[in-house]
Design a protein around this ligand. Structure first.
Ligand SMILES: C[C@H](O)[C@@H](O)CC(=O)C(=O)O
Ligand SMILES: [Mg+2]
Length: 431
């Protein structure tokens, strides 16, 4: 096959005015405009790769600028020179000897790295003619290991251990694939439970979700204690005792307060408490987890790199590992965390509250089930029912489950008219 060369990278600052209806709101992020720094890798073969990183509106221009900077060195490179060792490529992207001072491997520059690395994976999958989950599932254990930068995690997961785990878990792959294709991957919905929604709206949306077959629901908390409890009781009453209810405080509390508030909310039978305190407080999470048992503790959407996840796992601080497709530096770093979570026996339930995150994480969950965890037990991938109409290959949900994507790529391409109308500040939506 002819070598494919990247000839140009276009970067777009894209923003959706979701705050106008309180979509995506939580106790801390009260007015999110779901946004993205979006990039298109153009090639000399006519085929292009797409990637985005999720943001909340203001500041997206900083991510877009960082993305432009990180993209420069790949213009002129062949795709195969990058994809033959995606782990080395990831290390290059995050290792720029001056730029890394702005992180390292965290914040604006890491979000930008995710958009770029994801775009390369998208291009790779398209060129191979496979959806990303299938590309990953059909790579050999050695090739998956080559896609990972193991630096800083070899004390818990070496390259050899990763290869051994993937090799051992290969058994039963065909049966799992048939099962996944037939039933889809379990999901939960956050859409009825945004912080800024009225009681009436929450109940109407829960009832609609129940009718659509949803069995797992998440509610935003972190407001006035009595109000949180009242809303949680309302949702529990509406969904009944058998469906699962999770709550998300989005980092609102100090550790002591988190313990107190979780105990109080446990009255409504919580399946998990999410982001009870600062995402950086690993020992705080460990203490909260010990003191609120049997309520399980979930976190990860603000866990900015594999080292943080390594420590959360080592410290026995989490019951649920919420990887984020673009908080971590794209597919490659997510693979590292999926494998570490498997080693510690902690279920991965990806975060997807944002634009494009559902489109991304369905591929990661499929790969996790097919090749790593080999089970769906206690695993649910988040779903939010917003903005899918802007994607060329949007997610398909049936009875509360993600159906396997079929089109080549990482499902993240946004329609050209959306790129035009929602680009910031010149798109017509922002005029
Ligand atoms: C600002 C985002 O909508 C955030 O609230 C998402 C989130 O925490 C989740 O989906 O979980
Ligand atoms: Mg959350």
């Amino acid at each position: 096959m002819k070598e494919i060369r990247i000839t140009n990278v276009r970067v777009i600052d894209l923003r959706f005015p979701t705050s106008r209806e309180q979509i995506g709101s939580d106790a801390v992020n009260k007015d999110p405009d779901y946004s993205a720094a979006y990039c298109i890798l153009e090639t000399d073969a006519g085929i292009s790769g797409h990637g985005l990183t999720f943001t909340l509106g203001r500041g997206t221009e900083l991510c877009a600028e960082a993305l432009r900077y990180l993209a420069q060195p790949i213009v002129g490179r062949t795709l195969s020179s990058i994809t033959e060792k995606m782990g080395a490529f990831s290390a290059e992207v995050v290792g720029d000897t001056q730029f890394r001072w702005l992180g390292p491997e965290k914040g604006v520059i890491h979000l930008a790295a995710a958009a770029l690395i994801n775009a390369v994976w998208d291009l790779y999958a398209r060129v191979e003619g496979k959806p990303l989950w299938r590309l990953l599932a059909e790579l050999s254990p050695t090739q998956i290991a080559d896609a990972i930068d193991f630096r800083y995690i070899t004390d818990v997961l070496t390259r050899e251990e990763a290869i051994a785990l993937l090799t051992e878990r290969r058994a039963g792959y065909e049966e799992r694939l048939k099962h996944l294709a037939a039933t889809g991957y379990p999901a939960y919905t956050t859409s009825p439970g945004w912080f800024g929604f009225s009681d009436e709206k929450i109940i109407r949306l829960c009832n609609e979700a129940l009718a659509d077959g949803w069995t797992h629901f998440k509610l935003k908390v972190g407001g006035d204690p009595a109000d949180d409890l009242r809303r949680a009781r309302l949702v529990r009453k509406c969904i009944g005792p058998d469906n699962k209810l999770m709550v998300d405080a989005n980092q609102k509390w100090d550790v002591n307060e988190a313990i107190e508030r979780t105990r109080s909310l446990s009255e409504v039978d919580l399946w998990w408490m999410e982001e009870p305190t600062s995402p950086d407080d690993i020992l705080g999470h460990a203490r909260i987890r010990r003191e609120v048992r049997p309520v399980r503790i979930a976190t990860g959407e603000h866990c900015h790199n594999r080292v943080m996840f390594k420590q959360l796992l080592q410290a026995e601080a989490i019951d649920v590992c919420q990887i984020d497709s673009c908080r971590l530096a794209g597919v490659s770093e997510n693979l590292a965390v999926i494998l570490m979570a498997a080693k510690f026996g902690v279920p991965v339930c990806p975060h997807a509250g944002g634009v494009g995150l559902c489109e991304y994480v369905q591929h990661l969950s499929a790969f996790d089930y097919l090749c790593v965890s080999t089970t769906m037990e206690n695993r649910v991938t988040e779903f939010v029912d917003h903005l899918h109409e802007h994607f060329v290959d949007p997610v398909r949900i049936e009875r509360g489950r993600y159906m396997l994507p079929q089109q080549p790529g990482y499902s993240i391409e946004i329609k050209p008219e959306t790129l035009r109308d929602y680009s910031y500040p010149d798109g017509k939506v922002w005029k």
